[in-house]
Each structure stands twice: as structure tokens, then as C-alpha cells.
Ligand binder design. Sequence first.
Ligand code: ZN
Length: 276
Amino acid sequence: MLIGYNQGTSLKNSNVETDLKYAEKYGFDFIEFQMSQLYKYLKTHSLKELKDFFGTSWIKPYSLNALEFFNLKTPEEFKEVKKKFIHMCEIAKGLDCGVIIIVPSKKMEGMSGEEVKKDSIDSINKLAHIGERYNIKLAYEYLGFPDISVNSFVQCYDIVQAVNRANVGIVLDCFHFYASGSKIEDLKNVDAKKIFVFHINDSRDLPLNTLQDSDRLWPGDGVIPLDKIFKVLKYIGFDGVATVELFNPDYWKLDPEKTIRVAMEKTKSVIWRYFQ
Ligand code: ZN
């Protein structure tokens, strides 16, 4: 199994150049960009410079994180979403980066699950159509928090299946999977090819409905049943990339080299029990 590094892990103590330098040094195969870091980088560098880096390194770009809060928009608001998405597609294409992660909006009062589903399907279809022109895949990442419109694995996978397009899949993020109270059985009948992105992390032992992104821990240091998740991933034949993605302010206090080195050590130690 190949291993990716998501810039969220060192979001506040690093930048694109530093992340790439150490992600390469510690043997990561892929990098997932956080848009805030990438936009900062592009203020003083060209896209070509970044592409040239990848031309001489084994580390490759995997995804852009993320088109946030794309659903439940008015037609006017959705025009802005589309504009942002097209810009991200252009960046992704310029880097030979094949995946853009899309993230749902907060719930709207009085809106039923069926209405959220219908809205998601319509919005994703419009974006996926644009993505096809750029040869970009869309990976739908639900957030496992109570106030988010799409907040469980089953709900998100149901939408992805209903959309039924080759370039639309799901993000399996262990933290969101756990925080949403999703069950291991929910993964057993999943088409492994539809898991476009796999985020590995762990969680503090707190009541599920109180968990925040800042409660993410190094893989193996928390209470998420990662062994069970890996077993079922192996069972369904998942053969994608595992990307370590945390947003823990304690890890942002470390030297970025240490953050990235530890991220690799911890991730490897969990993955290698099940995958080479
Ligand atoms: Zn994630």
C-alpha cells in the first residue's frame, strides 16, 4: 500500500516547499495539497515550478483539499462554487493531479435527508461534468459532525452510488468514519474502486458528538478500531493510497520535519500489519 501525506498534518507549522522536502525525505509516495497552502505558494511561485519539482521527484501530487461546502446553494451561490471548482481543476491539471475532494455544507433547518440527497446529486452531476473535461475525479468527503448535511458513510456512499459516474467516488476518512458512528459492516459491501481517497488518522476517546478535527491523533495512538478497518479494506480488495491527515494543533507546535517524520513512522506501523 502506498502512503500519502496530507498537508493538514503540518498546516500551521509548514508550507508547500517544506512539506515536499520532508515528505520526500521520509519516503512518502504522494502529497495531498491543502488549498490554503497551495494558494500561498502560488503567490510567489509558478505552477510550472511545482510541476517541474514533481518531474524530478518520486513523490507525486494526489489530491487537492478541498472544494468546501459545495451543496445546498442558491443558483447564484452555486455559480461561485463552479467558478472555484474550475479554478481548482485548472491547477490540478497543471500539476497532473487527478483528484479534487469535495466537502458538504452544514445542515439547513427543516430540510429532509431526501432533499439533501437530491440537492447533492444535482450539484455533483454539474461539477462532475466539468471534471470530465479536465480528466479530474471528484472524491466526496462527508464530515462526521452532527451539524453537517452529509455526515455518515452510508449517506455519502448512497449519494455516490446514485450519481453513478465513473469520476465520482468517496473519501473514507477514519476519523469521520468513527466520529459519525459508522459501522465496520457498512464497509463490507462497498466497491473498493469507489474509495478514491483513504485518510488515515486516529481519535481521542471522547463522546462521538463532541469530537472536533483537533481531536485527531497519530494513527495507532487513539481509539479508532483501525485494525478492523484495515481488515475489511483488505477483504473488499482495496488497493489504493493511505494518506495520513490530521489537524491537531499540538502537532503543529512541532518542528515540521518532526511532524512529517513521525507521521510516516506512525502510519507505517499501522499499515504494515495488513499491507506491505
Ligand atoms: Zn479527510
